[in-house]
Design a protein around this ligand. Sequence first.
Ligand code: IMP
Length: 483
Amino acid sequence: MRTFKDRYYLALKQVSKIANSTLSLRKIFDSIAKNITKAMQANGCCVFLLDHKKEYLIIVGTYGLSDIYLRKGPLNAHKSLPEILAGKVVTVANASKDKRIQHPQVAEEQRVHSILGAPILREGEIIGEIRVYTREPRQFSKADIDFINSIADVNTVLIERAKLQQLLARRYKVSEKKAKLAQAPQSPTASLRPTEFVHPSEEQFAKLLDFYCIEWLYEPRSFPLRWENNTVVEMFTPDFYLPGLNLYIELTTLQQPLITTKNRKLRLLKELYPEINIKLLAKNDFFKLLAKYGYGPQGKAKIEGVNQVLYTHTQIQRRIRTLARHISHDYASSERLVLVGVLKGVVCFMTDLMQHLSLPVIIDFMSISYYGGGDSQVVKITKDIDSSITGQHVLMIEDIVDTGMTLNYILSHFSAQNPASLRVCTLLDKRARRLANISLDYVGFEIPDEFVVGYGLDYKGEYRNLPFIGILQPELFKESKPQ
Ligand code: IMP
């Protein structure tokens, strides 16, 4: 007969082994849940990670729990054992009677009696939780708590490792397969991705969501619809849940009998769960939905050559309003401000930004060209600004600063004209590639070393009209300079 010390030692050994043998966080967390359950002689275990807003606990690994218990839905982190968010270990003696338990009837039906919960901490900050469940009443010992805390620490290390791998994959462009694995844990939901979808249209839909960087969970919750003798006899499981939009999505097919059944279930669901936001969606409706949620009207199809949306139209507009507030505040005592844009990439940014400035502005534009190639490339002004800036407060507006060579050249051109002040506002800052030592006064977004298009930015003159900023497939371009 093994003592609890033997069991705990064995579990730690097993966890280290699996952690070292696979890159899939999903597999590792499932194995951790299994080893904890066995070692503690419990009946089940869940590993949760907090979503990026720290509102919901999302299951990333489980063992021994029934489907119904797991599908009770994402847990609200503030309501469910809030002490965990304060970094404390929590014990629940009787789950069906404890006020902190969000789904006590499900706990009772599933015969969950006692619970031990431990926070997963990273540098003192809560990033998730491990929960152990028993069917019999259980008083958790100090050894139990020490054990689960040690496993929580191991989890943190694994998550850090996954992030590091993701970073390395980007930097050194490791083989595609490994890169995919390393990228998988990008967001809490990414590690929950199913290995298989029930229907190919769902896989397609998931790809679209990924393209638009919309976080998703596949079939995360089942809603009981009909009961007989206290037993659930009919359930409805929407295909997707989009945490960012707090929206469940059920995809429709074109087969009428299926649509009728789904409509009936949906009506029932809305009656029983009025707080649930759910939509029945055909593929074309998806693009209308995107437009409604601010992803811009141009989303009819995946844009050829663009891998992924980096910033949506809504995100860009929100950031521009903030930038405009700062600029208006900083220049509040100036009589007026001269905005100088460098054509053509700046058109979208400049027009949106100036509409939010609450001070008198005049605008001017300049154009530049690049001659030569490689190291000997030189910048030349092909159209200068129309009015004099001597004694004026000037704000240079740029779409993107990459090496900074262009801006460096333009700034020295303008400083020679003795403006009262000369500052720079850029929507995007690709700091990783900076060569010239210039200071940027207002920055919209700092972006990774990727070639981006849309919202005014082009590749060979195209893509400027996309309402979002997307990442261009690296294979498509070598090096691009403005047209
Ligand atoms: P820099 O002189 O290297 O800072 O280059 C600045 C110019 O290069 C910008 O004004 C853009 O026109 C172009 N550029 C640099 N990176 C990108 C990109 O990711 N997408 C589109 N244009 C870019």
